[in-house]
Design a protein around this ligand. Structure first.
Ligand SMILES: [Zn+2]
Ligand SMILES: [Zn+2]
Length: 594
């Protein structure tokens, strides 16, 4: 039995239990979701009868117990096809179901072929399970005995607007998780516990990296000094690498004339993710949702010859996209973020070579950040597309060629390409084996055409270049969120905002500690001298909380020997070392980004 069918069936059993425990409940919908299921309930009738009532987390064990009891009763799931007239009768007093029935009826009038001929005018499918009947197209299990009663758990309660619309009533959503076996359930719960400890929102606060302030606005992080230095370290690394690879750097504005995005097609295709235009004089401007049009304009600044290609432009470009407030999450889902964006403009014959270089480089970068496991997806032509078929074929083959040449395993995502071209997406796996979509490499024939881009070929004729869009980390904000969770805050030495603490044992060692401080600063270490009036033990504990990679403790012995006593994060005291040796050793590690 497919686990999703079990999860969806559990949603019905949850509703059955709620119906028995809280008569008068009105039912929304109850689908299966990743790892589990939910069901939406309107408890207002129960509340007015009881003089105020809501389900709280403390009620969940009771509901869960009821569900377990029901599962053990071997309840049958029975499907029936009925007419919309019958359905209206069956769901009398259930306004949400009636609303759905009305829509289903309309839909089948418009598309009569969705009904099988033997159904006649009957075309609404319902499922009965115990005393609960639900409007549902299935599929379901046949009997509740197919569910392992020890492999599910109700997890939380949340408010959810009916059909996600703020104008609709707020319903009570109960979430559950479910698996085939108790072992899987336990593992999942353990992983969740671990994930909570690694929550980048909590780490961000504890390590003083960034804040999200309501008065500033949802999804708009402010980077504190330690977070800003982390960002800069990442950006500097990419800056150096890309410069060596022949990229030119651009710096483009945060708003631009709306016409740019009308030309690009984004205004039509992604309107719901764009913010309202701003009027300036007689023109309309848009907060930029992507950097591409600006990079195209930079290309068009001169007449280009085939000899100039490929032209590669890179930018840490901050873009703004609308996200519903309900999905915003720390740094991983925000409304303003910075892409490590770049565009490569090349001739057709260079496409394979450029993609190959790009992929090779991507894998190297991801490895440097500590991500060695990933899933690669090649997304092919969707139903709605622009451009000639043979271009699509060629671009898809080029992407395949690059993947094969590097011996990378990948899956094909049929029809999941962007409307303007095929793409490669890379999902990295973090230390809890969670997937994160980061890298995207997209081939584009559309924008060069829309913006009438050109180069002059060997024969002096105008030709259209191909454009590759690519972001390796995706968004710097999101990537830092992922890094923090991957390392549980204990970032590698080269990325750590503060790399070393120097702790003098007594006041008479402070001068020596200051000398060390100076010497490390001169060698570009990020260092803090901890000379507050606290015990050494307390400072060491604080260093552990702050995930400081190295703590150098100095007293009489060290002062005399020009040495330091080294404590390494995760290892504790690793002994005394000459200061110069410590500097040499750690500098090497930083330079190699170990
Ligand atoms: Zn169902
Ligand atoms: Zn782009």
């Amino acid at each position: 039995m497919k686990i999703n069918t079990i999860r969806h069936s559990l949603a019905h059993i949850l509703a059955t239990a709620v119906q028995e425990l809280y008569p008068g409940t009105k039912f929304g919908i109850g689908p299966s979701i990743e790892n589990g299921f939910y069901y939406d309930f309107d408890l207002s009738a129960v509340a007015s009868r009881e003089g105020g009532f809501s389900i709280s987390p403390t009620d969940l064990p009771k509901i869960e117990k009821k569900m377990k009891k029901m599962i053990k009763q071997n309840l049958k799931f029975e499907k029936k096809i009925i007419s919309s007239q019958q359905a209206k009768k069956t769901f009398k007093g259930q306004p949400y179901k009636l609303e759905l029935i009305k829509e289903l009826a309309k839909l089948s009038e418009a598309r009569p072929r969705v009904c099988r001929p033997e159904d006649g005018p009957r075309h609404i499918s319902i499922y009965q399970c115990g005393n609960f009947t639900d409007l549902c197209k299935g599929p379901h299990i046949k009997n509740s005995k197919e569910i392992n009663p020890n492999a599910f758990k109700l997890t939380k309660i949340a408010g959810a607007y009916w059909r996600g619309d703020e104008k609709n009533p707020m319903l009570t959503r109960i979430y559950g998780i479910a698996f085939q076996t108790k072992k899987e359930l336990d593992e999942y719960l353990e992983q969740q516990k671990e994930a909570k400890k690694r929550d980048h929102r909590i780490l961000g606060k504890k390590l003083e990296l960034f804040i999200l302030d309501e008065e500033v606005g949802a999804g708009l992080p402010i980077w504190l000094p330690k977070g800003a230095i982390l960002r800069k370290t990442i950006e500097d690394y990419l800056y150096q690498e890309l410069t060596e690879q022949g990229y030119g750097w651009l710096w483009t504005p945060h708003i631009g004339n709306l016409n740019l995005w009308k030309t690009s097609g984004h205004w039509d295709f992604y309107k719901e993710n764009l913010y309202s235009p701003i009027q300036i004089d007689e023109e309309h401007y848009l907060l930029k949702p992507m950097n591409c049009p600006f990079h195209i304009k930079a290309y068009q600044n001169k007449i280009r010859s085939y000899r100039d290609l490929p032209i590669k432009y890179a930018e840490f470009g901050t873009v703004y996209r609308y996200e519903k407030s309900g999905v915003l999450h720390g740094l991983t889902r925000v409304r303003g973020f910075t892409q490590d964006d770049a565009h490569i403009f090349c001739v057709k014959e260079q496409l394979s070579e450029e993609l190959l270089k790009l992929l090779k480089y991507t894998i190297k970068i991801l490895k440097t950040f500590g991500f060695k496991d990933y899933d690669i997806y090649l997304s092919t032509r969707p139903e709605k597309y622009v451009g000639a078929l043979k271009n699509w074929q060629k671009a898809t083959n080029s992407l395949k060629f690059a993947l094969d040449k590097l011996g990378l395993k990948y899956q094909i995502d049929p029809g999941e390409g962007v409307f303007y071209g095929p793409k490669i997406d890379i999902k990295i796996k973090d230390s809890l084996t969670r997937d994160w979509q980061c890298t995207t490499i997209q081939v584009d024939f559309n924008l060069p055409e829309k913006f009438k881009m050109a180069y002059i070929d060997e024969k002096g004729k105008k030709q259209q270049p191909i454009m590759i869009h690519r972001a390796l980390l995706g968004s710097i904000e999101r990537f830092i969120g992922i890094l923090l969770e991957h390392y549980a805050g204990a970032l590698p030495l080269w990325l750590s905002p503060v790399q070393v603490w120097v702790i003098p044992i007594g006041s008479r060692h402070e001068k020596y500690a200051q000398q060390i401080n100076r010497q490390l600063c001169e060698n570009s270490f990020r260092i803090e001298l901890k000379n507050e009036n606290e015990t050494v033990g307390k400072k060491i504990r604080e260093a552990e909380i702050q995930k400081i990679p190295y703590v150098l403790v100095v007293g009489d012995k060290e002062k005399k020997a020009r040495s330091v006593r080294v404590r390494q994060r995760g290892k504790g005291d690793i002994g005394e070392m000459k200061l110069n040796k410590f500097i040499e050793k750690t500098m090497r590690s930083i330079a190699q980004r170990e």
